[in-house]
Design a protein around this ligand. Structure first.
Ligand code: SF4
Length: 416
């Protein structure tokens, strides 16, 4: 989502006649587009911001801006911590950037701006065959560990007509794949629900693949599962964050489902869409998580067998309920639990990937591999990375590839 926000910031500035500098040293304006979902990202941002202070001292005319969730959350606090910052603006205020750059408005824009869902901001996308498209903003769920409802505001869905028009335009520009973005796409609602929106996009010619993130398990309806199963362009992959295998911890997280309910949805997905790949998020060391709760998460991972898991140590975000909870878990304990989860998931991933050896997969080529100029890299419909011999001319082509070897994070193949 942040990357797409950066594309919007670039789009608005480019439309106004600004262009991207080759390096920070050549630029007149430096924008940090920040993420506050985890403490590590926040620490990294402040250390990067500290490093640019020397450049500002040498060139006082250089403008420094902070965007994104940290800007939204801290607002004026950024100026107190880094007085050399010129202006800050949150994700709901990207359309105000020109006024801020040109000094026509005060140095801060971080209100929760509901009009943003209706605003068609220009987007400067990299021409990589794949495009991100925001379909909604904000979130109403208030999971107890999450800062998003505070930084991105309440849920606002974009009108379906605008989304369909944007995607039609993308197909005319040559984009083959779209990824629909929202904090909880399953609760999309305008004049149609998310299943209806998928149907509309599926009928746009030129678009070959449709992906979406992120899905809240509670809102994954039977209607939506049927739509994913029926619509040929909707890819066979879903990211469905479980977060914990313990019902007690899920309640403390305010997630709104039990492990059993979650497993039933996974069963339904696998029955309706054979071969679907399912990935998840796990937070380990949530306040009050005991060894028993951790073992329930381990059991859930073994039972469900996700294709991939993004697991993180709980990181308290100031202003959330979980940050103020008693019984914070010791960091060493979190590290041990995280290692166990990651090691288990590695075994499961390689086992599932091995099942794909000798199968034929439809791969959309993304481009040359970073490490070998005679190899191209692409993704299967189930979002697995496949590397195989080929040249740059294959970029954006959809090819049938035979899988020869499964690795932990990718597959090796050959064009049929
Ligand atoms: S659903 Fe996702 S974005 Fe919304 S509060 Fe929960 S974790 Fe945050």
């Amino acid at each position: 989502m942040n990357v797409h926000d950066s594309e919007k910031i670039s789009g608005v500035l480019t439309e106004e006649g600004y262009s991207q500098a080759e390096s920070i040293k050549d630029s007149d304006l430096v924008i940090f587009n920040t993420c506050s979902i985890r403490q590590k990202a926040e620490q990294k941002f402040f250390s990067d911001l500290g490093r640019i202070k020397a450049l500002k001292r040498k060139r006082p005319d250089l403008k420094i801006a902070v965007a994104g969730c940290i800007a939204q959350q801290m607002g004026k606090g950024i100026f107190r911590r880094a007085p050399y910052v010129d202006f800050v603006f949150g994700p709901q205020n990207i359309h105000r950037i020109i006024d801020l750059v040109q000094g026509k408005s005060s140095g801060i824009a971080n209100d929760d701006n509901p009009e943003v869902a209706d605003t068609d901001l220009p987007v400067l996308r990299k021409k990589e065959g794949r495009a991100w498209v925001s379909i909604m903003y904000g979130c109403n769920n208030f999971c107890s560990y999450c800062i998003v409802p505070y930084t991105r505001g309440m849920e606002r869905s974009r009108p379906s007509g605008k989304i369909l028009k944007e995607i039609k335009g993308l197909s005319e520009e040559g984009f083959r794949e779209v990824t629909l973005l929202g904090q909880n796409v399953n609760s999309y609602m305008s004049d149609m629900n998310f299943a209806g929106l998928l149907k509309g996009i599926n009928s746009i010619s030129g678009i070959e693949r449709i992906r979406f993130v992120t899905s809240h398990p509670r809102d994954l309806s039977g209607e939506l599962i049927s739509a994913i199963a029926m619509l040929d362009k909707v890819c066979d992959h879903i990211h469905l964050p479980l977060q914990s295998g313990s019902d007690r911890i899920l309640r403390l997280m305010n997630r709104g489902y039990t492990v059993l309910e979650y497993c039933r949805k996974v069963d339904s997905l696998r029955k309706s869409i054979p071969g679907i790949s399912i990935t998840t998020d796990i937070i380990t060391g949530f306040p009050g998580e005991k060894e028993d709760d951790h073992m329930m998460t381990i059991k859930a991972l073994k039972d469900i067998e996700f294709d991939g898991t993004f697991a993180f140590k709980f990181s308290p975000r100031q202003g959330t309920k979980a940050a103020a909870m008693d019984s914070q878990v010791d960091d060493n304990v979190k590290s041990v639990r995280l290692t166990e989860i990651l090691q288990l998931q590695d075994c499961i991933t390689i086992k599932l990937n091995k099942n794909l050896e000798n199968s034929i997969q439809e791969v959309l080529v993304e481009g040359l591999s970073d490490t070998d100029k005679d190899t191209v890299t692409g993704r299967t419909r189930s979002n697995k990375i496949v590397n195989f011999k080929g040249n740059g001319d294959l970029k954006d082509k959809v090819l049938n590839v035979k899988i020869l070897l499964a690795r932990k994070h990718s597959l090796d193949g050959e064009i049929l």
